[in-house]
Design a protein around this ligand. Sequence first.
Ligand code: SF4
Length: 332
Amino acid sequence: MSPAPLTDRHGRTHRSLRISIVDKCDLRCTYCMPEDQRFLPREELMTRAEIAAIARLFVEHYGVTKVRLTGGEPLVRPDAVDIVRDLSALGVSLGLTTNAMSLDKHLDDLIDAGLGSINISLDTFDAERFRRITRRDGFGRVRANIGLALQRGLRVKVNTVVMRGVNDDELLRFVELTREHPVHVRFIEFMPFAGNRWGRERVYTHAEMLGHIGSVHSFEKLDDDPHSTAKAYRVPGWPGTFAVISTVTEPFCSGCDRLRLTAEGRMRNCLFAREETDLLSAFRRGEDIAPLIEANVLAKQAMLGGLPPFRPERQQDVLHDLSVRPMVSIGG
Ligand code: SF4
């Protein structure tokens, strides 16, 4: 029987699933993990077998074709490579988002297990600034592991959260990476999540980024996949590309095909969803979770999980209505 696509009330069909496999991380990024963050006990997290079984349902029953593993930091989970192996056996396009702190220890095994593309989070080229943003040392390791992943032939994307007055002065340094390597740098507008002290004034916007880069480089607009989160560009003749994820100033929800699963098996139909559906408890009781999945998709809001637009004059409404879940337990 051919898969029944997961289409919401707004006509969007969902083919992409982001699975957070752990809520812990070996970094403590200020825009992602609140200082008083508590972590879930292991028994509340999906097991390797549960992740494989639930993912298989999304793939075989609903036609999901793209899976990305996230966290917290997925590589702090001891069976991360096994999970990659299980999911690549489903024949999906498989990716992983990581802070690359321990990537060198797992890279060959991840590639053997079927990993094809990797998103590496890096917000600065300054070791001291890295320490301030992540509350840990490790810039050298992450920088070296980006090089290693490129050497091994993985498709590498570098995710950079741009925050005004924090790292917006490094945009050109990141664009230089695309002169040197066939890497895809993605500048992410700073988004509001519980506990990350978001303010609209701290958002360095898509338009500002292009103005900044354009003051030094001429660049061309590239075609974007209709479901892409990023607007892509290239400096002509350079091997790499850069892009902007403009969720705050130019949301792209009309083409959204993404669904999410938290580490404890709760389904979220949007990054900013305030409602979640507990799939894992029902799954552990041996119940059919398909009706829960379908109801969750039908409840998806048209934009931003139903939050008000992230405009300066609506800032207090946005902060008031935010989901209580911090970024670290949603996943990138
Ligand atoms: S804000 Fe929600 S609906 Fe919009 S693109 Fe992101 S995940 Fe999709």
